[in-house]
Design a protein around this ligand. Structure first.
Ligand code: IVH
Length: 671
């Protein structure tokens, strides 16, 4: 019996590994997500019942779960060096000439992308993943295996045969722009300060203690180096092909992600191609790396103490401009988070005029040693928002002194606070600080929350200033008489607004809870809370321990809820909203099958296998979703069959709208 179970566990591991590979590496899945989940569930259950047979590299480990208190320091078998940089054709010529002189031949070179991420060394022993270590100081780094295991495109067991007993590959952990944007969107919805760039976020993510959070972030790994072992092919490019057979995703010749060249012209062609094309990639690169292809020759050429002599980086210049820093202003967000902003003398950068740039927080300003009236360097990298990356010290006014960060809120004058371990300052005056109040109201009426039409951000601001809306609950006291005579408000728009306010009363409890803008309570958390607590009284009465025992609710969220409900003005507000008729309990719906697609907008296009297009539209409506005819910024998903409309597809891709297959939709709707 036990033998059979063990056999089944091994078979499931193998099957799931294979499907993982087909999905994440080969991009050619052959089973549905649902079938995959069912196999995974079976394996999870068996592992739970028979933990003695659980493999540390089982596919179930991809979702994380291990919580690491502190990372173990590990010595690298071979130090992790860095690269010397170059910026011109002449420097590449010199690099090649030096090698030619030393070896007496003109060798083959490979050129590949220089990924802008975090260096990692990954070791496989006997064909299975054994550990992943960060670069650290180059000699020793941190063991981040639990977090790296969550990277789906990374094989935990090698496919094929003839694996060396020890295989070390090095690469770069990155976060795609899409994953980065998704994460920041979430931060913004929570009213939190967004992350600065994908590289820092990847680096921070790799050092997180809870690997299940890492799994959600969707890190990726790009490989660039296979370490010496006499059994391996001699050339770098052939080693990559070997890796491909073992189940790795490696740069593709066909996509021009790597090239093998025998002349400076060919190398420069590759460099120029990516200088133009790099912004079309879904991740950041900061240059090209040129390497001698043959491992044997590399050994002969050797290295300096800092970097190999057989490789050189060609660095792309970020689009930069120099301009005067006129002043620093401070923005107060909905949660009271303070963001310093550089107000600049307008300057042209990569085709647009830049007047402002984010300075993120006090530490960033301190690191730059920014001073009033400095000449600063602004850069536009992969991100859309420009940033200040340096100061022209030579041009600095001698008498200037470092900036003193504000210690009182620029809007309400309250003393700012900075929690231990956090870089951001906060204004604690939640109740009266105008931008916090206005921000809360704007969040409350927004599309994903109460979805009150005809009450955009500017109108909220105006109504606040006019004293018409001073708190969320005041929205429901607006009347025809109060709005009449206001600039830009005619009969029709007044009616539309009042109508929108009225229909918001039927918005579900989960969305009302999200709309309140409690710190750390995003859409998903709100949903989990209403699943566990049927109405607001139960939720308000819950202790921190009870909250924490709810799925997906950790101590940060529990404490945030607890302190929100401890404030009398919040309790009063909820009472007032309840009296106005808003939903504060889970509704049992009669007319629809579920509300799983509530507030989601779909465009349906193409020919489907299991359902007719109209059937799909009906299903969406029955589950609380909305179907519209054309793709716009308000669309959440493009549900695609075969023969999907090309213009719809192009528009969706341009706007970054998620594409859903029929299978994925079926799963989402719980059919
Ligand atoms: S080769 C022994 N190739 O850039 C030299 N490095 O600035 C191994 N990097 O330490 C490095 N993309 O972290 C190499 N295609 C690539 C790379 C790459 C990014 C990183 C790597 C390296 C750093 C040097």
């Amino acid at each position: 019996m036990s033998e059979q179970i063990q056999k089944r566990i091994r078979a499931l591991e193998k099957e799931l590994d294979h499907h993982n590979y087909l999905y994440y590496v080969a991009d050619a899945p052959i089973i549905s997500d649902r079938e995959f989940d069912e196999l995974m569930k079976e394996l999870e259950n068996l592992e739970k019942e028979y933990p003695q047979y659980r493999d540390s590299n089982s596919p179930t480990q991809r979702v994380g779960g291990e919580v690491i208190r502190s990372f173990r320091t590990v010595l690298h078998r071979i130090p992790m060096q860095s690269l010397s940089n170059s910026y011109s054709r002449e420097e590449i010529d010199e690099f090649i000439a030096r090698i030619e002189k030393q070896t007496g031949v003109f060798p083959e070179f490979t050129s590949e992308l220089k990924y802008d991420g975090v260096a990692i060394s990954i070791i496989y022993e006997g064909g299975v993943f054994s550990r992943a270590v960060t670069r650290g100081n180059g000699v020793e780094g941190d063991d981040v295996s639990a977090n790296v295991r969550t990277i789906r495109s990374l094989p935990l067991k090698l496919q094929g045969e003839n694996h060396p007993s020890v295989l070390e590959i090095r690469g770069e952990i990155i976060l795609s722009r899409r994953a980065f944007e998704r994460l920041n969107q979430k931060m913004r919805e929570l009213g939190e300060a967004p992350y600065a760039n994908p590289r820092n976020t990847a680096s921070g993510t790799l050092k997180m203690q809870d690997s299940s959070v890492v799994a959600e972030r969707k890190l990726e790994c790009m490989f660039y180096h296979v370490l010496g072992n006499t059994d391996l092919p001699d050339s770098h490019s052939a080693r990559f092909e070997m890796l491909r057979e073992w189940g790795f995703r490696v740069p593709d010749l066909a996509e021009n992600r790597i090239s093998v060249s025998r002349s400076t012209d060919e190398i420069m062609e590759f460099i120029d191609y990516w200088a133009q094309t790099r912004f079309e990639l879904d991740f950041d690169i900061d240059g090209i790396v040129i390497k001698v292809n043959s491992e044997r020759l590399r050994q002969e050429i050797g290295a300096t103490a800092k970097s190999p002599r057989w490789a050189i980086a060609y660095k792309y210049q970020a689009e930069q401009a120099e301009t005067r820093l006129n002043s620093i202003t401070f923005q107060v967000g909905r949660t009271g988070a303070i963001t310093p902003v550089a107000e600049l003398e307008p300057v042209l950068l990569a085709g647009t005029t830049v007047k402002r740039a984010s300075l993120f927080n006090a530490d960033y300003i301190e690191e730059l040693d920014l001073r009033p009236k400095d000449l600063v360097i602004v850069e536009k990298g992969g991100e859309i928002i420009p940033k200040v990356t340096g100061v022209n010290i030579e041009q600095r006014v001698q008498s200037s002194v470092a900036f003193e960060y504000i210690n009182a809120c620029p809007d309400c004058g309250t003393d700012l606070i900075r929690k231990e371990g956090e870089a951001v300052h906060y204004c604690p005056n939640e109740v009266e600080c105008p931008p916090q109040v206005i921000g809360r109201i704007q969040h409350f009426v927004s599309k994903k929350a109460m979805n009150i039409e005809n009450l955009g951000d500017e109108k909220v601001e105006r109504f606040y200033e006019l004293g018409l809306i001073r708190d969320i609950a005041d929205i429901y006291d607006l009347t025809h008489a109060k709005l009449q005579g206001l600039d830009g408000f005619k009969e029709k728009s007044i009616n539309k607004l009042l109508q929108g306010i009225e229909s918001s009363k039927s918005v579900s409890f989960a969305r009302v809870l999200f709309a309140l803008g409690i710190r750390h309570v995003g859409e998903v958390v709100a949903q989990r809370l209403v699943e566990a607590f049927q109405n607001i009284d139960q939720l308000m009465g819950a202790s921190i321990e009870e909250l924490e025992s709810t799925p997906e609710i950790g101590s940060v969220i529990a404490r945030s809820l607890n302190s929100y409900f401890a404030r009398s003005e919040n309790v009063e507000r909820i009472k007032a909203l309840k009296n106005k008729g808003l939903n504060f309990e889970v509704e049992v719906r009669v007319n629809s099958e579920s509300q799983v697609l509530e507030s989601k907008t779909f465009v349906v296009s193409g020919v489907f296998e299991k359902f007719e297009r109209d059937e799909l539209k009906e299903i969406i409506a029955k589950h609380g979703g909305k179907v519209v005819a054309s793709v716009s910024g308000n669309t959440d998903y493009l549900l695609t069959g075969s023969k999907v409309g090309p213009s719809k597809l192009a528009k969706a891709e341009k706007l970054g709208i998620e594409l859903l297959s029929e299978e994925e939709f079926i799963k989402m709707a719980g059919l």
